[in-house]
Design a binder for this molecule. Structure first.
Ligand code: ADP
Length: 227
């Protein structure tokens, strides 16, 4: 987001516990509205895979289901926000996750002459989230999400979207770690709902329905707030 932009790009935040569908929905919004999905989880996993100093510091915390330090996450996010493609507007998925990150984001945006357009809270049931997270996996080629029970590829072992035949499962997508991540969400991230309500940009959506129904609801919110 450069200083010289004349129209303020949308800054959308998706809030919700692990498994709420933030990544799936962010990818759908990205396609529909031409926005850029920015997932700190994906950026951190890339840093871990690349073995960068930030990745090495983050790895054990992520595998235990805790939160990576604000310092590391903010450094990674600032680098990403400096890329020119984010001028199209961003969907923040998995960020901010702490009060410190929310304040840092407000400051960063104020510096760029922008502000949070909307923070959308995906309202879900905790126990259902554990079941979702513990069974999920993705296509290694295109990133399409699947689930052992809830979303099986039409042809076993073949991605519906790109035909890929390799799949991957995150190291932290198991029942124990999912529970730790849910606790971290309630302790450190859920309080941000009040922060965005106070700023007048909070939107809430029931996210226990089908992927398409949630996408439709989110699409109406995004059309309304970015009009
Ligand atoms: P989920 O939303 O399903 O928990 P993510 O891919 O967003 O998954 O994050 C995976 C892990 O990466 C988190 O459990 C945490 O350890 C780390 N992480 C991601 N984003 C942040 C953040 N903004 N602050 C701190 N840690 C983060």
């Amino acid at each position: 987001m450069a200083d010289d932009v004349t129209t303020t790009p949308a800054v959308l935040i998706l809030l919700g516990p692990p498994g709420a569908g933030k990544g799936t929905q962010a990818r759908m919004l990205e396609e529909r509205f031409g926005l850029v999905q920015l997932s700190t989880g994906d950026l951190l996993r890339a840093a871990v895979a690349a073995g960068t100093p930030a990745g090495l510091a983050a790895k054990a915390v992520m595998e235990a289901g805790g939160l990576v330090s604000d310092e590391i996450v903010l450094a990674i996010l600032r680098d990403r926000m400096a890329q020119p493609d984010v001028r199209a507007g961003v969907i923040l998925d998995g960020f901010p996750r702490t009060a410190g990150q929310a304040e840092a984001l407000d400051d960063l945006l104020a510096h760029l002459g922008a502000r949070v357009t909307a923070a959308i809270s995906l309202e879900v049931d905790d126990e259902a989230m554990i079941a979702r997270v513990a069974g999920r996996y993705t296509c290694a080629k295109c990133g399409e999400g699947y689930h052992d029970q809830f979303k099986i590829p039409a042809v076993a072992g073949v991605c519906d979207k790109c035909g890929g035949t390799e799949f991957k499962r995150r190291a932290d997508d198991n029942a124990d770690t999912a529970r730790a991540r849910l606790e971290a969400y309630h302790a450190q991230t859920a309080p941000l709902i009040a922060h965005y309500r106070a700023l007048g940009v909070l939107e809430e959506i029931d996210a226990m329905g089908s992927i398409d129904a949630i996408a439709e609801g989110l699409g109406s919110i995004v059309s309304r707030v970015s009009a």
